[in-house]
Design a protein around this ligand. Structure first.
Ligand code: GTR
Length: 325
């Protein structure tokens, strides 16, 4: 009898110990539309390892890749409501929510990836990240996303005239819609995960994206013509739900901020490699890369600039970004 009681007590102790260690670790859920192995997914995993080590196991991040938690517009809302803890989403879907993201999402605003990094790695970038807080999000970092270009199932596109009449999927953002329409094509805003089948069934004729997305989404299997117009160098955003953030101690908040910053270098290194591998893979599989003269594409963006820069604050931010050497 006594022996049995002892055994019960021991089991209870063991279960209690297990439960308390389980309780000690909070696993945050982070969303990414890209598959496992993609540079953004790997960078957040890297951040998770740093956080886990520096919080002595109190926190870690589980990356739900491949859009398991939903499409970008939906996961942004879920993060705003505290249903998802973290999101890694392109800046594009924030354009209609956070006005400060408008300028860095304008076509051809950045002259190069170096220009984008210089502009966003400092004070201007910090201001843009800070602006998310009014919208219940704490933005922690920008990741690279190379340059976006047009691709389609129909023909070689060398000039805006060749885009005329093509139905092209864009990110759900007014800027993206305006950009494509200004070029004479028909913009179809649609979640990323629907693009493959929409192209396959002919609902759309093409889309636009960077090399790693064009390849990993398998869009390259259907849309063989990829033009090097590079209309958008738009970064990715890594953000946390404000509700989750507010539950962290100031010390842990600092650890998260720092780990996110450190994950940027990791992401950039992975990104540079991924761009090369993806381009080589799609070319080997038969994609036709079309060189273009960018000038007519740049010129066609004037109405888009006129529309968005009519706002004085947006224009001021634009001028600061352009002035970064
Ligand atoms: C990718 C980006 C994704 C997603 C996608 C899209 O380049 O990394 O976050 O926004 O584009 O076109 O929807």
């Amino acid at each position: 009898m006594l022996k049995n009681l002892k055994r019960v007590a021991l089991v209870a102790l063991a279960v209690g110990a297990l439960l308390s260690t389980a309780r000690a670790e909070t696993v945050l859920r982070s969303s990414d539309t890209h598959p496992d192995g993609y540079p953004t997914v790997e960078a957040v995993k890297y951040m998770s390892a740093l956080v886990k080590e520096r919080t002595n196991g109190a926190y870690s991040i589980d990356v739900f890749h491949s859009g398991q938690l939903g499409e970008e517009k939906d996961v942004i809302e879920q993060a705003q409501f505290g249903v998802i803890d973290m999101i890694r989403v392109s800046m594009g879907p924030f354009n209609n929510i956070v006005p400060e993201t408008i300028v860095p999402s304008l076509p051809y605003v950045f002259r190069s990836t170096e220009h984008m990094r210089k502009a966003l790695d400092g004070e201007i970038g910090d201001e843009i990240l800070k602006a998310f807080e009014k919208h219940n999000l704490v933005a922690l970092a920008f990741y690279d996303a190379g340059a976006r270009s047009f691709y389609n199932t129909k023909r070689e596109v060398k000039s805006p005239a060749d885009l005329k009449g093509l139905k092209l999927r864009v990110i759900q953002s007014d800027i993206f819609v305006d950009m494509v329409n200004a070029l004479g094509a028909n913009a179809t805003p649609m979640p990323y995960g629907e693009v493959y089948s929409a192209m396959q069934t002919g609902v759309i004729d093409g889309a636009e994206n960077n090399w790693p997305s064009y390849e990993s989404s398998k869009h390259a299997e259907i849309a063989k013509y990829y033009s090097l117009d590079q209309h958008l160098i738009v970064p990715e955003i890594l953000a946390m739900s404000k509700a989750t953030w507010d539950k962290l101690s100031p010390e842990h908040q600092e650890i998260f901020r720092q780990a996110a910053k450190e994950s940027v270098a990791k992401q950039r290194a992975l990104w540079e490699a991924a761009e090369k591998t993806a381009r080589a893979a799609v070319e080997a599989a038969g994609s036709k890369v079309v060189e273009v003269d960018k000038k007519p594409f740049v010129d066609a963006m004037q109405p888009v600039y006129d529309k968005y820069l009519a706002d004085a604050e947006i224009r001021a931010l634009y001028e600061r970004i352009v002035a970064v050497k």
